[in-house]
Design a protein around this ligand. Structure first.
Ligand code: SF4
Length: 181
């Protein structure tokens, strides 16, 4: 039987959800028997999101043009997309800058007010991905199949969500005792 093509992506998030994924410890060995990791910031160095992915965990919100391009690629090439953690589900911490209205105050603060030596805004295209004026939860950009809240979702919650997904079934929403903040 062919293995499930499994991916994880890291958008605007702190990587804490991926750290929680690594907390699955020895269950990762069981997972490895069932899946091929075809794209992930942990354990796979592929630069382009591949075709025909079965399951993808998406950590982080949509905060810049790179996030936007990648999430559309993810949706086009993935059967089951999981909004993984509160930054993906609600935009969470990255969206705290939304109250400023646009990206300009963020860039000015980071590059001019806090810049040392010769402060200047990034001018050359491509050096810094262009920020969106508003940070968005993933489901406001693409349809999502499954939501896994938590900041981060702990390892038990990740495992209990993945077990049915890997069998092609929908996970039952776990009780709130499994959501840790
Ligand atoms: Fe980090 Fe929490 Fe966002 Fe996950 S949900 S990326 S742990 S801030």
């Amino acid at each position: 039987m062919s293995k499930i093509r499994f991916a994880t992506v890291w958008l605007a998030g702190c990587s804490g959800c991926h750290m929680s994924f690594l907390d699955l410890d020895e269950w990762l060995l069981e997972l490895a028997e069932k899946v091929d990791v075809v794209y992930s910031p942990v354990g796979c160095d592929l630069k382009t999101y591949p075709e025909n992915v079965d399951v993808c965990l998406v950590e982080g919100a949509i905060a810049n043009q790179d996030n936007l391009e990648l999430i559309h690629l993810v949706r086009q090439n993935t059967k089951t997309v999981v909004s993984f953690g509160d930054c993906a589900v609600t935009a969470n911490v990255p969206a705290m800058r939304n109250m400023l209205g646009t990206a300009d105050p963020v860039l000015k603060r980071a590059y001019l007010e806090l810049g040392d030596n010769t402060p200047q805004l990034p001018e050359e295209p491509g050096i810094v991905p262009e920020l969106l004026d508003q940070v968005l939860p993933v489901h406001q950009v693409i349809p999502i199949d499954i939501f896994m809240p938590g900041c981060p979702p702990d390892a038990d919650r990740i495992r209990e969500t993945l077990i049915p997904i890997l069998k092609g079934e929908l996970p039952v929403m776990a009780g709130r005792e499994m959501i840790k903040f």
